[in-house]
Design a protein around this ligand. Structure first.
Ligand SMILES: Cc1cc2nc3c(=O)[nH]c(=O)nc-3n(C[C@H](O)[C@H](O)[C@H](O)COP(=O)(O)OP(=O)(O)OC[C@H]3O[C@@H](n4cnc5c(N)ncnc54)[C@H](O)[C@@H]3O)c2cc1C
Length: 380
């Protein structure tokens, strides 16, 4: 690329950028996706693969009921995204490791149980059903849980997908639909010109009418290029996987006793995460934090004691895109018409399909398929 043009330029080749590129190309748009590194090599390929719907328990405890109610529109959005996940393997003709077999949160104390019940009430107000299970019912559905659990919540629609399968399949589908993709090409500036924008990259310039900012944890830097402050940044996280074990855990498992997301993937390995921080080395490189590793493994083994007999094999780190109140930045930039921000934080893998749907519709000049007021930080 030295000097090119495209109707729509997408910045970022994670789940959101790739899905948006595919949707736009399927609609016949002339679309070019620009990715600084390799496709899916940041959060979208390095996440834990949980398909979340329920309000995350640690944030419910930390931020409270008013925050949870304000997050309600995001639950509706996630629910629509999960419906798109259910169809995605067939749509792409690819095995993506999608299994929507439900998510369980386990409590060990009455206080935790009370919070799960309160959280379920707010989820129900937002149209998300979470069943409350007593000890017997919980252990019958999930006999792998510790006998010390006293009950929990069950969200039937949640599940998992394999990030290592999802982004390559999306990239193939986007190219097949006609999208152009430039990798190892970093966007370094954006200039507004008559009738559109010039996207300046490390490999040349692209003249375009519309831009989709799908740059994940680095999206604030794209905002700065057009003079917009975006309250999104990168937070370092880590995840661990165990050796393969016999099939034991069909659900996505959370604990009210500590931060945890746990699932068993197709080869039998258990993927263990839940928002434990990694450590940043000088120069911005991430390394595993031993304290987080011990804490994460401790909560996991307390919740599913069989993990005490299974070896952890590998931990990895990546930057997650985070906003302070967990709400997305979604919609056309109020100061720079033609630039669409497509940024769903913290659980952006789960929300990816719906985020891309909204971004594609807006980039085509159509109305958003969901109300953005109350949902997006851009529309407050
Ligand atoms: C360790 C970890 C575990 C997680 N677990 C889960 C989970 O289980 N479930 C869940 O729902 N979510 C999870 N998440 C969050 C989820 O992965 C992200 O929210 C989601 O992948 C964001 O997708 P994205 O496409 O917006 O951004 P990304 O995947 O980050 O993609 C953005 C892309 O933009 C590119 N880019 C940035 N700047 C430029 C530039 N200037 N020029 C060109 N390209 C640029 C980057 O190189 C990157 O490839 C997790 C995140 C992490 C880090």
């Amino acid at each position: 690329m030295t000097r090119e043009s495209a109707d729509i330029v997408i910045i970022g080749g994670g789940i959101v950028g790739l899905m948006t590129a595919r949707l736009l190309a399927l609609e016949g748009a002339d679309v070019m996706l620009i990715e600084a590194g390799d496709l899916g090599a940041e959060a979208s390929g390095a996440n834990a693969g949980s398909i979340h719907l329920q309000i995350q328990y640690p944030e419910f405890v930390a931020y409270g009921e008013d925050w949870a109610r304000a997050y309600g529109p995001c639950l509706g959005f996630l629910k629509q995204s999960l419906a798109l996940w259910a169809n995605l393997p067939e749509e792409l003709g690819a095995d993506l490791g999608v299994k929507l077999t439900g998510g369980i949160i386990a409590a060990r104390t009455d206080a935790q149980m009370d919070l799960i019940v309160a959280k379920a009430g707010i989820e129900a107000e937002a149209g998300v059903e979470t069943e409350i299970l007593g000890r017997e019912d919980l252990l019958q559905s999930a006999p792998y849980l510790s006998p010390e659990v006293i009950g929990g919540g069950y969200c039937r629609l949640e599940g998992k997908a394999n990030p290592l399968q999802v982004t390559p399949a999306l990239a193939r589908a986007a190219v097949h639909a006609g999208a152009r993709i430039a990798t190892h090409t970093r966007v370094s500036d954006i200039a507004s010109v008559q009738g559109g924008h010039v996207v300046v990259t490390t490999c040349g310039e692209v003249r375009t009418g519309r831009i989709v900012n799908a740059a994940g944890a680095a999206a604030d830097r794209i905002g700065a290029m057009i003079g917009t402050t975006l309250d999104i940044s990168g937070y370092p996280l880590q995840v661990t996987v165990t050796e393969p074990a016999a099939a034991l855990i069909p659900h996505l498992v959370y604990s009210a006793a500590g931060k945890l997301s746990l699932k068993q993937v197709a080869n039998g390995g258990c993927v263990i995460g839940g928002g434990w921080p990694a450590r940043e080395r000088a120069g911005g490189m991430l390394v595993t934090d031993p304290g987080s590793l011990a804490g994460n493994m401790g909560v996991a083994a307390e919740t599913v004691p069989a993990l005490l007999r299974i070896r952890a094999l590998r931990s990895w780190t990546a930057w997650v895109n985070g906003t302070p109140d967990w709400r997305p930045i979604l919609g056309e930039d109020p100061n720079c018409p033609g630039v669409i921000h497509a940024l769903f934080p913290w659980v952006g893998f789960s929300a990816g399909p719906m985020t891309a749907r909204v971004a594609a519709d807006l980039a085509l000049g159509h109305p958003s398929p969901v109300a953005l007021v109350g949902l997006s930080l851009l529309c407050d």
